[in-house]
Design a protein around this ligand. Sequence first.
Ligand code: PEP
Ligand code: MG
Length: 590
Amino acid sequence: MEKRQENLHCAFHLKGIPVSRGIAISKAFPLSGESVKIDPANISEAEIEAEIERFKQAVEKAKGELRSLQTKVARRIGQESAKIFDVHQLLLEDVLIIDETVDYIRRKHKSADFAFHDIMQKYQNTFDETSIEFFQGRASDIKDVKRRVIKHIQGDRTDYLNKLKGSAVVVAVDLTPSDAVKLDRHKLMGFATDLGGRTSHVAIMARSMGIPAVVGLRRISKVIKADDRIIIDGNEGVVLIEPDEETLSYYRDLQEKYYDTERRLSEIRDLPCITTDGKEIELSANLEFSDEAPSAKSHGACGIGLFRTDYLYLAKESLPTENEQVKDYSKIARVLAPDAVIIRTMDLGGDKHPKSLAIPPEENPFLGWRAIRISLERKDIFRTQLRAILRASRHGNIKMMFPMISGMDELLECKHEVEKVKVALRSEKIPFDENIELGVMIEVPSAAMLADRIAVHVDFLSIGTIDLVQYVLAVDRGNERIAYLYQHLHPAVLRTIERIVKAGHQAGVWVGMCGEMASDPLATLILLGLDLDELSVSPMSVPQIKKIIRATDYLDAVRITKKALTFDKARDVERFMTKVMRQRYKDIVF
Ligand code: PEP
Ligand code: MG
């Protein structure tokens, strides 16, 4: 195999961070290179001023977007790469271009997008025609600026993300959750992005959909062209563009072998998740979209440990109505019944910005107006969601969970809101599960320290390691530059988890984990040894984690965990666990 790999050839070979397993061979759909549709129809005299205003606002929005993209790229890739955006900013500040467009709209009675497109096209053509590389580069700058402004002029009238035709791998600088949610998931074969880390939302989405993804590729968006043939190896973090025939056939073989192994793993899906000495662990799945509930079940999950309701808010221009939510939650509850479905109330903010909610830009969005903080300020939105969850609760085994609780006040306020909504439903004679269980995500260090107190007020705790690791270690969860510091096997994280589980058990409640760490096979024995009652993992990880647990002796896991807790460094824990897994679980993990 080594020998064959040396013979692989392609136009570009890039290495990034593998975030969702599997191999995709498809054509590329670059999100920045799409063409835009312009309506050539004339506008009336009365529409002219509004059209000019629309144009000016679009320019301002494009400038703002560029500024935040520039900061992001500078922070994550470096100042040098971010300089490209200086040119784009300058173009947008060019008075000549702005005046020319305004004049065009006035004189020719054309829409703002038509006018700007025509003017920019003229400049672009001049540069396009030259054979000098420097000027060709300027042509692509103009094209990018043209597209960006037109996108803002057209706003939501034409959503370019909807233009995904046929199956393809989506390639982008970065993909926000609100972008990703607009893509037709049935046509998505994989993701490849310049930015992002293991826990960025594009990674979570890819895992939830079971499609391969590689992020942190730094420059893939620059080298890709629409319809290029592309291979995504989500196991190794490799992306190949325009491979030759030999490379293609090598990856086709690899793809077949990989999916064969997956098929074999899924054969255990109906078997219980129990250790060889009889300790049972609840193994459930994380879910982002209600229509994927059957897939969680078919992978062998015994419930949903985390339904991220956030995507309901991101998928639409307007807030999801109570009835829409009831429909979605009930659908999942019915598919999974009698197994439990834990619905987490909205976790917006951070990098999740729905159109329907104005979340102002913040210096530190992950430490800012996010999750439960938004819910408790926008009680109108929160109450609608609580009503919907309660109303759906009669269709199955629904539990409710609150994200990012950082102190007791927030939790008590949430419970108070639930009670108020219950009273209202009773008075309206609307049925719901009176005994619905309530839980809290433990993902903020202060909540971890207070877990013993928090546990007294709830029915369960669920550890959200994606945020917990980011906050305990002070490492941005989506920043590939410092991804090496993002270590969930860090001794400080392990001690924090140990503390939370003990606190929960002492208060008599069960403790689960719905964060990404639960899906990592290197962590499974430690989580068993730390006595977690439930693990909620991405659907595609269910068979593998179940197989490991079924091959493990619980007391042995406790011994291994004790040893793992003696190390001072994450790297040593990782080395130790890799050795253990290689020796005992070679067929399952490596
Ligand atoms: C987490 O933080 O671990 C988690 C599951 O929540 P999210 O990724 O949705 O923030
Ligand atoms: Mg979280």
